[in-house]
Ligand binder design. Structure first.
Ligand code: NAD
Length: 357
């Protein structure tokens, strides 16, 4: 039995996870899967009902599940909560810390029917299929010391960029395993010409590469990589990098392909895997049946593939999304001339129908 904690959260989170759950039910019936979805309160909705963004029942639900499918949390209503009650801190950051996931996977895939949505020229972006693998628990965002202190010029602030061999090895190794199931190329990104931590990163990445002679490997400096992503993005297959470089490059790679509403993500490698669209709760369109559920539906497909090793059902969902887009259906955020605008519910229904076809 595959146990999934469904945490809709707030705003459009509620609408998009509903559609993702319907798609999971459809694929489950079609392939005879044993998926159990249990819904939990999380974020602002949880705060309103229980006084905390991450109540004990939801903590228990997460701890007894194999994976979490998360919508999004937050909204103006909860923006002025005191620091010790803030949704991001009590909710999201605690959930991520509890999960212990060290690898963030962000695919950037260009669907043929969406080529015109990109800000770059069609011949540059058509056929893009990149997987950015970002280290999630180390580096500059967690290094100590981290401080701010008085200084004759005003203040002095310090962050620390630190990596160990083990931290680098496990994420680079994961990148190679992913590449084996894809087009067989890994690009490791660092700043080895300047940073000591990057020199260690490069050494370890090269050593891991020796174990995978069947996978093409290169190291690239981060500034060059940022440029190559917009110049010739199709040269990349799996791109692996440390936390802050990954934060920036994964946004850049994702936006090559179009709307924020289309993009899934996975955080894996810890006690429980977390899958979520990359966007927030979009209060401006919440409750209007306008949100694009595709990022969440594709996150559910990633969950089937990476946590439950169910590649064929995952592909079925991805193919269904492709076919619905090819047929010209679009939510309001991705409309183009000649397309047919549908709401969140209808987009979910269309994808379910294609999964079932
Ligand atoms: P956002 O991602 O919610 O929205 C940015 C813009 O993109 C908005 O115009 C929105 O309408 C649009 N958009 C986002 N997702 C869409 C979708 N699926 N379909 C169509 N359009 C979509 O970012 P924001 O406005 O900066 O933040 C809104 C709230 O979400 C804030 O409270 C923020 O803290 C929270 N947030 C939560 C998460 C999370 O839960 N992981 C992440 C980011 C922001």
């Amino acid at each position: 039995m595959a146990k999934i904690a469904l945490l809709p959260g707030d705003g459009i989170g509620v609408e998009i996870t509903k559609q993702a759950a319907l798609v999971l039910e459809t694929v489950s019936a079609k392939y005879g899967l044993d998926l159990e979805l249990n819904e939990g309160l999380f974020g602002g909705a949880a705060y309103d009902q229980t006084g905390t963004a991450f109540p004990p029942e939801t903590i228990e639900l997460v701890q007894t599940s194999d994976a979490v499918l998360l919508g999004a949390i937050g909204g103006p209503k909860w923006d002025s909560l005191p620091a010790d009650e803030r949704l991001e801190i009590v909710g999201l950051l605690r959930l991520r810390k509890m999960a212990g996931a060290y690898a963030n996977l962000r695919p950037a895939v260009m669907y043929p029917s969406m080529v015109d949505s990109s800000t770059l020229k069609p011949d540059v972006v058509s056929g893009i299929d990149i997987m950015v693998v970002r280290e999630l628990t180390g580096g500059l965002y967690f290094g100590e010391p981290r401080l701010r202190e008085p200084h004759p010029t005003g203040a002095r602030a310090v962050d620390t960029l630190e990596y160990t061999t083990l931290e680098i090895e496990r994420i680079v190794d994961l990148a190679f395993q992913l590449a084996r199931g894809r087009r067989g190329k890994v690009t490791s990104v660092d700043k080895a010409n300047v940073l000591e931590s990057s020199r260690l990163w490069r050494e370890v990445a090269c050593a891991v590469a020796q174990k995978y002679p069947d996978v093409e490997f290169e190291s690239m400096l981060v500034d060059n990589c940022a440029m190559q992503l917009v110049r010739k993005p199709k040269q990349f297959d799996v791109l692996v990098t440390e936390n802050m470089f990954g934060d920036i490059l994964s946004d850049e790679a994702a936006m090559l392909t179009g709307s924020i509403g289309m993009l899934p993500s996975a955080s894996i490698g810890g006690d429980v895997d977390i899958y979520e669209p990359i966007h927030g709760s979009a209060p401006d369109i919440a409750g209007k049946n306008m949100a694009n559920p595709i990022g969440t539906i594709l996150s559910a497909a990633m969950m089937l593939r990476y946590t439950f090793r169910l590649d064929e059902p995952a592909r079925a969902i991805e193919r269904a999304v492709e076919r619905v887009l090819e047929a010209g259906y679009r939510t309001a955020d991705i409309t183009s001339p000649g397309s047919r605008t549908v709401g969140t519910d209808e987009m979910g229904e269309l994808i379910c129908r294609e999964v079932d076809a």
